[in-house]
Design a protein around this ligand. Structure first.
Ligand SMILES: Nc1ncnc2c1ncn2[C@@H]1O[C@H](COP(=O)(O)OP(=O)(O)OP(=O)(O)O)[C@@H](O)[C@H]1O
Length: 229
């Protein structure tokens, strides 16, 4: 178990209501996103099954840590619930044993992970989403096995909370990605693939990597630039 301290931020997010949260059906754009998943203390003995579900649902586990929160860290993480009657019990619960935190990546990761974990209360999950993680592994309304970020703002704050070195850069998608590749990669790569087929080397991947390094038009000292299509 890793007991290193987590980063503490003093940001308090706005308190989203269940009604205001978007659903997957509302989503028009496909986005590659990151979200934070926590396997809570009561879910840790089912970690293998939960991780299998994560992978089966098409997520990549980008980062993973096992740790135990101090009561202060649990209070900070759930600061938005400070005034709720269940807050003291929530802090005791979340600091009462080891947890596993993961950064998950997928198209629409935030919404999809919320769908996979199911409603907050396991009793409701068992009635309405019996295949969800909280339906299968949750206990009472407080002990619901897993957490998922509920918005991109929360995801960024929560990922930084546990992985303070994370850099958030926008990922190019759609036409922007196509334009970027067409301008900077395709001309050189096409030429490299033509040469590769002529050469037919024994280890094509290493040969291709060497060719690209030797013919990188953006490397200082390489004179020739490849015409774009
Ligand atoms: N009525 C309640 N009684 C006891 N515990 C509760 C209650 N409501 C919420 N909790 C606990 O507080 C956590 C945070 O509540 P929140 O309303 O943010 O739900 P959530 O976003 O589905 O959960 P999480 O933030 O853990 O993913 C819940 O996951 C649950 O452990």
């Amino acid at each position: 178990m890793d007991d290193e301290n987590v980063d503490n931020t003093d940001t308090v997010e706005e308190n989203d209501t269940e009604e205001s949260k978007p659903t997957e059906d509302d989503s028009k754009l496909v986005e590659i996103e990151r979200t934070l998943a926590i396997i809570k203390p009561d879910g840790v003995d089912k970690a293998n099954e939960i991780e299998e579900t994560i992978l089966n649902e098409g997520f990549t586990i980008l980062q993973k840590r096992s740790l135990q929160l101090t009561p202060e860290q649990a209070s900070e993480f759930y600061a938005e619930h400070f005034e709720k009657p269940f807050y003291p019990r929530l802090v005791t619960y979340m600091s009462g044993g080891p947890i596993i935190v993961m950064v998950l990546v997928r198209e629409n990761a935030i919404l999809h992970w919320r769908e996979v974990i199911g409603p907050t209360k396991p009793s409701v999950a068992r009635e309405t989403k019996p295949d969800s993680i909280r339906a299968k592994y949750g206990g009472d309304d407080e002990h619901n096995a897993v957490h998922g970020s509920d918005s991109s703002t929360s995801a960024e704050r929560e990922i930084r909370f546990f992985f303070p070195d994370t850099v958030f850069e926008s990922t190019l998608i759609g036409d922007t990605a196509r334009d970027y590749l067409a301008k900077y990669i395709n001309p050189t790569l096409s030429k490299a693939l033509v040469e590769l087929c002529k050469e037919k080397p024994a280890d094509p991947v290493v040969w291709l990597a060497d060719w690209l390094l030797a013919n990188n038009p953006y490397r200082a000292g390489v004179q020739e630039t490849v015409e774009s299509n």
